[in-house]
Design a protein around this ligand. Structure first.
Ligand code: AHR
Length: 503
């Protein structure tokens, strides 16, 4: 057993936690929409064709905001294909995922589904094959009350109240060579600033997200952010970050420390944004929208899922259907720790994605829906992390990783809700072999007790929840704790994620 120490003080605040940190992402990709949230033939479908079991799981997951409709799909999408009478909607090639898009679900249907799951819509406009005019058109359709062709078209389609969508993404991953219409940072910066200005002419209160790099390994990373923000700084509110993690060559020591990479990524983007701010002498601060993050086994996708035939454009194929393990869930929990630690600058984030496609929720057509391992840390963090993030003093043994250098065995973050007085502590033990005895100094919180402690852990770190065994992995109460003289002592099993509520 190894030991570590943590000190919590409610007076030292990083920043308020924006509920948008617990967002997700629905793309027209594989079976995320069709056969995922929407399956009219399913015995549990409601009268609009949405699966009730999925709606219940999305609510349980506690998702605040959902980014839609893509993703790489977005950059070839015509939003108007997805509105109006269904029988007249065109079927289109989706070049990004080599599929056929039937357009049965579009903006109006998705917004109606969002009401059922009680989430906010974060809408993305296509700046790949399209541009400023189409962005203005969909904004008019969605947000203008009435009296114009497009707003009246929405009303004629049965939606009287405008959607009042606040957050808009200006394209998707526009630096990526795989992206339809990708370009240089100078080209994208100009397109983004013109589109943003035009959208704000229609509604100055919109919150706009400009595309950062597709990931921190892109050759232009940081320069892309700088050039784009030099063009668009005054017109946007957020810059996006995207990051996906997976183990490479069985190196779980590095994989379990993926949050170290996320920390550095966020710090670099914040530094770049603040550099542009300083050069401009601006008073405005650009925050981060981490609008795609997760574990994603790209390696499996390359081998199994890619469809290349010129005559093979399936509807809703099984794409990117990763089955997540215990180790993956511990990484997801630790990525949430990283996001919370940066609550002062990361004010929006989206777990990519929501259903079937690299998702916490899986479904079988005509069959059940179930929670993946990654569902649990997300749902519990979304439920418990309220109020503000606290600065912590963490003293942990370190270990060496091939990818990230020396990292702490333990990572942790704490949140405090002044309204309820609750403090939540989220912790990971990244050791593959050793349990950790963690001593948490909670004396500055006054007299508190542990009201709940849950861990995600299994002796088999590769265990997954599947169609045949959907309840194999879950949270278990962590009973190995005690509080004496202001010190909480708790045992963290190897490769585990733990959440504790103190009151
Ligand atoms: O989430 C899957 C894909 O990952 C998205 O379509 C794209 O934006 C990213 O590369």
């Amino acid at each position: 057993m190894i030991s570590a120490r943590l000190t919590i003080d409610p007076h030292f605040v990083v920043g308020p936690i924006n509920r948008r940190l617990f967002g997700s992402f629905v793309e027209h990709l594989g079976r995320c929409v069709y056969d995922g949230i929407y399956e009219p033939e399913h015995p549990d479908a409601d009268k609009e064709g949405y699966r009730r079991d999925v709606i219940e799981l999305v609510k349980e997951l506690g998702v605040s905001t959902i980014r839609y409709p893509g993703g790489n799909f977005l950059s070839g999408y015509r939003w108007e294909d997805g509105v109006g009478p269904r029988e007249k909607r065109p079927r289109r090639l989706d070049l990004a995922w080599h599929s056929t898009e039937t357009n049965e679900i579009g903006l109006d249907e998705f917004a109606s589904w969002l009401k059922k799951v009680d989430s906010e819509l974060m809408y993305a406009v296509n700046l790949g094959t399209r541009g400023l005019q189409e962005a203005l058109d969909v904004l008019e359709y969605a947000n203008v009350r009435s009296g114009t062709t497009l707003s009246d078209q929405r009303i004629a389609n049965g939606v009287v109240e405008p959607y009042a969508i606040r957050m808009w993404c200006l394209g998707n991953e526009m630096d990526g060579p795989w992206q339809l219409g990708h370009g240089t940072p100078e080209e994208y910066g100009q397109l983004a600033v013109k589109t943003a200005r035009a959208m704000r002419q229609l509604d100055p209160t919109l919150e706009l997200v400009v595309c950062g790099s597709s990931n921190a390994q892109m050759p232009l990373f940081a320069n892309w952010e700088r050039v784009v923000l030099e063009a668009a700084y005054d017109e946007v509110d957020y810059i996006s970050c995207h990051a996906y993690y997976e183990p490479h060559d069985g190196d779980y020591a590095s994989f379990l420390a993926s949050a170290v990479n996320m920390d550095r990524f966020i710090d670099s983007v914040v530094a770049t944004a603040d550099h542009v701010k300083a050069v401009r002498g601006s008073n405005k601060t650009i925050n981060v929208s981490f609008d795609e993050w997760n574990v994603w086994y790209h390696s499996r996708y390359a081998e199994v899922d890619r469809i290349t035939g010129i005559d093979d454009w399936p509807v809703a194929p099984r794409l990117l259907e990763d089955a997540y393990s215990v180790a993956d869930a511990v990484v997801v929990g630790s990525l949430l720790i990283s996001l919370l630690r940066h609550a002062d600058r990361v004010t929006s984030a989206s777990l990519a994605q929501l259903v079937n496609v690299i998702a916490p929720i899986m479904t079988e057509p005509g069959g059940p829906a179930w929670r993946q391992t990654t569902f649990f840390p997300f749902a519990l963090t979304s439920r418990l992390a309220r109020g503000v993030t606290l600065e912590l003093k963490l003293e942990s043994p370190i270990y060496n990783t091939a990818l990230h250098g020396e990292v702490g065995v333990v990572d942790a973050v704490a949140t405090h809700d002044a309204g309820t007085g609750d403090t939540a502590v989220f912790m990971v033990n990244r050791s593959l072999t050793e349990a950790v005895e963690l001593a948490v100094d909670v004396s500055n919180l006054g007299r508190v007790e542990v009201v709940d402690a849950q861990s995600l852990h299994d002796d088999d770190i590769h265990a997954t929840n599947t169609l045949d065994d959907p309840l194999r992995v879950g949270l278990t109460p962590n009973t190995s704790h005690s509080i004496e003289h202001g010190i909480l002592r708790i045992t963290l099993p190897p490769v585990s994620w733990t959440a504790v509520t103190l009151r």
